[in-house]
Design a protein around this ligand. Structure first.
Ligand code: SF4
Ligand code: SF4
Length: 317
């Protein structure tokens, strides 16, 4: 089969599966990205996320993840909600309104990748979505799926900023993308101005220790950090301020992936309208049953309640 025909087939099937971006690149080195990450680590911008300093060889050379790897297919997955949560409720980042994306996305990545065996019966592949030490955003840029904004997020000029990235590494040779999308920030600095904590310490540079997203999810020992008290901007899980501030965020349609629709609480109401009291009085049992498939389970109920307390404290000041 000609590479062009396989490319067309995979692209068409990716659309059928609900992906909103497709591009393939050769498996090559990401040396510049490694150097950038190492500089960030030297500044301790990773906070307690020490895993970022591990597997540097794989990060630089993702081909190490599959023997004989030749190609990397990069996919975008749309998660834009039809409606944003109202600001009077304890805030949840929009990517976490529904089910955790890892399982949902991997299932469809496998469906797409398995088609390689129709044409190459011995083809081998592995699928990833935020599940391997690779520079996913850099892969997406090289695959022609967007540019990195000053807020450090991937921006697709048609789909906006509400996209996850999926990756297939395979030993099949493919038709590769040749066009890189030019940057689209121009003279805009809205994301830097919108960040309530100054976590975007300069253009394209994020200090996670100051970022509400890190502080409300990953960070376990806040009191040990350089900045023990930090503004929460009303958020109990994640933060969307620098995403919402971006003019490109109006691009893209609401997601049609059913798993990304807002979860329901046990009484049938949307989790986006749970108020302070409902969060504070929630039991571990209820949390586990409602949020077992949600990204919020990563933080856990006690962390979420402590985030809620931090919001209350900063409101009293
Ligand atoms: S996620 Fe929030 S805190 Fe983090 S850089 Fe963006 S606006 Fe700032
Ligand atoms: S808000 Fe402006 S500067 Fe920031 S990422 Fe979007 S376009 Fe770029």
């Amino acid at each position: 089969m000609k590479k062009e025909d396989l490319d067309r087939y995979l692209f068409d099937y990716s659309i059928e599966l609900g992906f909103c971006g497709y591009g393939a690149i050769p498996a090559h080195l990401f040396t510049m990205e490694r150097e950038y990450l190492e500089r960030s680590l030297l500044n301790s911008y990773n906070g307690s996320m020490t895993y970022l300093s591990r597997n540097m060889e794989i990060r630089e050379n993702p081909a190490l993840l599959l023997e004989g790897a030749r190609s990397i297919i990069v996919l975008l997955i749309p998660y834009k909600p039809a409606k944003k949560q109202l600001p009077e409720y304890p805030g949840i980042a929009s990517y976490a309104y529904g089910e955790d994306y890892h399982g949902l996305v991997k299932e469809r990545l496998r469906m797409l990748a398995s088609k390689l065996n129709l044409f190459y019966p011995d083809a081998r592949y592995r699928v990833f979505t935020d599940s391997a030490p690779i520079f996913e955003k850099a892969l997406a840029v090289k695959a022609g799926l967007g540019f990195i904004g000053r807020n450090t997020l991937l921006i697709n000029k048609r789909e906006g900023l509400h996209t996850f990235i999926g990756v297939i590494i395979t030993d099949v040779p493919l038709k590769y993308n040749e066009e890189i999308v030019p940057g689209g920030c121009g003279s805009c600095r809205r994301c830097l101005d919108a960040c309530p904590t100054g976590a975007l310490v300069s253009e394209y540079v994020l200090d996670s220790r100051l970022c509400i997203s890190y502080r409300t999810i990953e960070c376990k020992n806040e009191e040990k950090l350089l900045y023990p008290e930090i503004e929460r901007a009303g958020m109990i899980f994640g933060c969307d301020r620098c995403l919402d501030a971006c003019p490109w965020t109006t691009r893209g349609e609401p997601t049609e992936w059913p798993g990304f629709l807002p979860l329901k609480y046990h009484n049938g109401e949307s989790i986006l309208t749970l108020d302070n009291n409902e969060w504070q009085s929630m039991t571990e049992e209820t949390f586990s049953s409602v949020f077992k498939k949600s990204p919020l389970s990563r933080a856990g109920l006690s962390k979420i309640k402590s985030n809620l307390n931090s919001i209350s404290k900063s409101q009293k000041k």
